[in-house]
Structure formats: structure tokens, C-alpha cells
Design a binder for this molecule. Structure first.
Ligand code: FES
Length: 247
């Protein structure tokens, strides 16, 4: 264990634990956007920046990816961090002006309205990379960041209906600003220019998952443990409760 101070509070941290996780454990709130607990740190949005002094002077790092390796003095809300975070928030809000989380943070940090960038109207994606990371983590790699400058975006190759996309919707679920269009009808899901048929839950009969996504889950689940793979999340929960009560 290592001892660091965060905002003057002495804190014990595991070696190589990232600053964000140590701070969170102590109830110290650092704003984040691209960070997701189920994914490896991305360090792309920079909202979680903090000042770290490990003995050679303070430097600014992204707390979600910076590992604690030695004793250090960490500040999450220094004057410099607040000023930098304000600038980052201003740029993020320019891309997703309707997002309530960014609106709240901008109000909290008194971010003035900016007119620096002329961005396409209705732009929503903040290019944090969460969706790309989630898709890659599931082994699909159907989407990537393409283009440059204001034309930069996340898409399938050439905006086509990629054969790698299984319509699982994980990308839309992890998007922090709800920028990915995932349109569902009673038994179809349309995402990334591709329409999938939803197949019914084996217990309640309500369509809930694409065949392609279910096939991947079945393939990755250990033989003999297929159990409730075909059940929708609600039915899976109910079945687990039912089984536990009988034990
Ligand atoms: S939350 Fe750390 S860089 Fe985005």
C-alpha cells in the first residue's frame, strides 16, 4: 500500500491503482465522461484531470488512467485544474449542448458560453471513444473514429451496414451523451444503418435481443452453463431469485 494525499486527505492506495479509483473510494468526486467502470481507462475526454506532485513538481494528468506508483500530493480542484476543466467543459458542451450532465457541470464550473467553434448543428457525439472501446471489448470492432477536425466522427467503415455489427446495442448503452441512434420497434432494432430482427425471450416471449448478438453470447459462454442465456434481463433476474430461494 502507498500513502498519498488527495485534497489534503491522507489516503491509502494500491500500487498502480489509478487516482480516480482511489479518490472514489474515499468519496472524493472527480468529474468524468469517457470513463466507464466496465471498460479500461481511455483518458480521452480529459475531464478528470488532477494535479499530481510526486516530488518533482506538479503536473496535470488524467486521473482515470494515471497510476499511483509512489507517495504523491494530488489536487482535484486547484485553481489551475478548475481553469483547465472549464475550458474542457466548454469544448465538450459545444459538441453536445443538450446533454444534461454537461449542462450541470458547466453551471457548477461557471463556464461561459463560447463562440469559438462553428460546429455542425445538432452535433451530439463528444468523441470520447467509449462506444468504440465497448464494441472492441466485445470482440466485434464494428465501429471506429474516422475523419479529422470538425468532420471527425464515430462510424462503421464507409458508413455502411458493417457485417461486424451484431446489433447488441452496447455502444448506445455506454454512450454518456446518448448520441447513438438505436431505434427499436416491437421486433426490430436499427443501429449503424442496419436493421436486425429481435428474437423473443425464451421465458416471457417478449422480443429483446438480436440473433447475431445471442449467437455470440452462446459462443462465448462455457459449455453446460448456457442456462438462461436466451432469457431477457428481467426474466434472468427472476429466474436467479427463484433458484436462490429454492436453495
Ligand atoms: S474520464 Fe478520464 S479522461 Fe475521460
Amino acid at each position: 500500500m502507498l500513502e498519498v494525499t488527495i485534497d489534503g486527505r491522507p489516503i491509502h492506495a494500491e500500487k498502480d491503482e489509478c487516482i480516480l479509483s482511489a479518490a472514489k473510494r474515499e468519496g472524493i468526486v472527480i468529474p468524468t465522461l469517457c470513463h466507464h467502470k466496465a471498460l479500461a481507462g481511455l483518458g480521452s475526454c480529459r475531464l478528470c484531470i488532477v494535479e499530481v506532485d510526486e516530488g518533482s513538481g506538479p503536473k496535470v494528468v488524467a486521473s482515470c488512467v494515471y497510476p499511483i506508483k509512489r507517495a504523491a500530493i494530488i489536487l482535484t480542484t486547484s485553481e489551475k485544474i478548475t481553469r483547465l476543466r472549464r475550458g474542457i467543459l466548454s469544448m465538450l458542451r459545444d459538441r453536445a449542448p443538450q446533454d444534461p450532465y454537461l449542462q450541470r457541470l458547466c453551471a457548477e464550473y461557471s463556464v461561459p458560453h463560447s463562440t469559438r467553434y462553428v460546429l455542425p448543428p445538432k452535433l451530439k457525439c463528444v468523441l470520447c471513444g467509449r462506444c468504440v472501446a465497448a464494441c472492441a471489448a466485445l470482440g466485434n470492432g464494428a465501429i471506429a473514429t474516422v475523419g479529422r477536425g470538425t468532420a471527425k466522427k464515430v462510424s462503421t467503415p464507409y458508413d455502411t451496414d458493417s457485417s461486424d455489427c451484431i446489433g447488441c446495442g452496447a455502444c448506445a448503452q455506454v454512450c454518456p451523451v446518448d448520441a447513438i441512434a438505436c431505434i427499436e420497434t416491437k421486433d426490430t432494432r436499427t443501429i449503424w444503418n442496419k436493421t436486425f430482427r429481435l428474437i423473443p425471450c425464451e421465458r416471457c416471449g417478449v422480443p429483446w435481443v438480436t440473433k447475431e448478438a445471442l449467437d455470440v453470447v452462446r459462443e462465448k459462454t462455457l459449455p453446460g452453463t448456457h442456462g438462461h442465456v436466451g432469457f431477457c434481463p428481467d426474466c434472468r433476474k427472476k429466474e436467479v431469485l427463484f433458484t436462490t430461494r429454492r436453495l
